[in-house]
Design a protein around this ligand. Structure first.
Ligand code: ATP
Length: 202
């Protein structure tokens, strides 16, 4: 999936609405230490459904909301929108009706996160699925944090395997399998209940 635009509003240090156009080819982001380069990468990971606060260098999920500065009060929400070019119809089934997709995640203090795809409300899981199937997503091996290369070298074999599975694009299958297993369990429980009812009637 080709990302074409990232919009941040109240996310970490990006207190004012900020548009980042992602053109074809290589995009470089330069700036002094602490100006927010890593925050941009985190915004991408977050809008794709990241749920671990630790991956966002924060203690809690609400730490992504602009916390205030000397001259500016804190914000009550943070929002990130990611625009994807889908003219080649590469998005997974269910998301494949239009030429472009806009995924929006918003977190409001004390109210948690809400997600939209092309203005329609969706669940976190739907967004995670969208990217899992496209082998991008919050845990994509294409997003490399500072210090992550050293982590990879020192990683336990099991963790390293997970990274390779992500790279091979098969980790989405695990998520699908897990969902299918849950459905199966639910259906088995329903069947058992039907058996009980039939027994009582007989
Ligand atoms: P480095 O080169 O050190 O990695 P960087 O350009 O990647 O720097 P980031 O680490 O992305 O910078 O940005 C950190 C900045 O974001 C810090 O100034 C920090 O105070 C600010 N910041 C992080 N979270 C919030 C928040 N919730 N509210 C306000 N500012 C925040």
């Amino acid at each position: 999936l080709r990302f074409t635009k990232l919009r941040l509003n109240g996310f970490k240090s990006f207190v004012d609405p900020t548009d980042l156009v992602i053109a074809d080819g290589l995009t470089g982001v330069v700036g002094p230490n602490g100006c927010g380069k890593s925050n941009l990468l985190e915004a991408m990971r977050w809008v794709m459904g990241e749920t671990r606060a630790s991956a966002m260098r924060g203690g809690g999920m609400e730490d992504v909301i602009f916390a205030g500065a000397a001259t500016r009060p804190a914000r009550n929400f943070a929002e990130v929108a990611l625009t994807i070019d889908n003219s080649e119809r590469l998005a997974p089934a269910g998301f494949n009706e239009s030429d472009g997709l806009e995924i929006v995640r918003r977190i409001t203090r004390d109210a948690g996160s809400a997600y939209k795809v092309n203005t329609k409300d969706v669940r976190a899981r739907d967004v995670q699925m969208l990217f899992a199937d496209a082998s991008t997503g919050a845990h994509s091996p294409a997003l490399v944090r500072q210090g992550q290369i050293a982590e990879l070298i020192n990683a336990k074999p099991k963790n390293r395997r997970r990274i390779l599975e992500e790279a091979a694009g098969i980790s989405g299958l695990y998520q699908r399998r897990h969902e299918a297993e849950l459905k199966l369990k639910g259906t088995e429980a329903n069947l058992a209940r039907v058996d009980d009812v039939i027994e009582q009637l007989a």
